[in-house]
Design a protein around this ligand. Structure first.
Ligand SMILES: [Zn+2]
Ligand SMILES: [Zn+2]
Length: 154
């Protein structure tokens, strides 16, 4: 095979640009986890406030770990105690926020914040984060009090 120098340079540049595009795309799709609150709110015709990223960031600095287990990794989410689609005026209220994890085998955001349905919520999530301290997802699901709450969830 006989490739000229300009052709070789062109190939190198093309490969470099392709790599850059792939890296950008992966960053956009991966990175932070899904915003379930925004998804539910959108169904109710509401969009996140442009102020939300700042408020979320400030809350993460104040409360970096899951309230139920102390987990601090990348599977951390900021949860609204009173859901944003029912109480839009509390979206940016720091007192309405609590840090919960979506770590595998714990799922404290889904199980304690939303009683196993992103469309539901748990107004007593603060007390429950203490009550179910360090419990795994399986232990929470097996708990009779949690099951009763889940059956009566809003
Ligand atoms: Zn939530
Ligand atoms: Zn947790």
């Amino acid at each position: 095979m006989n490739i000229s120098l300009p052709m070789l340079l062109l190939i190198v540049i093309a490969v470099f640009i392709a790599g850059l595009i792939i890296a950008l795309l992966m960053r956009r799709s991966g990175g932070s986890s899904v915003d379930h609150g925004a998804h539910v709110a959108r169904k109710h015709g509401l969009e996140r406030s442009p102020e939300w990223p700042r408020v979320e960031h400030e809350h993460r600095k104040r409360e970096p770990a899951c309230a139920a287990c102390g987990y601090k990794g990348k599977h951390i989410q900021v949860h609204h105690v009173k859901p944003f689609h029912l109480h839009p005026h509390l979206e940016l209220d720091p007192n309405n926020l609590i840090t919960l994890c979506c770590a595998r085998g714990r799922d404290h955001h889904l199980l304690l914040g939303h009683l196993d349905s992103w469309h539901s919520y748990n107004e007593h999530v603060r007390a429950d984060a203490k009550h179910f301290h360090h419990k795994s997802a399986a232990q929470i699901r097996a708990d009779i009090h949690w099951q009763k709450k889940m059956a009566l969830r809003p």
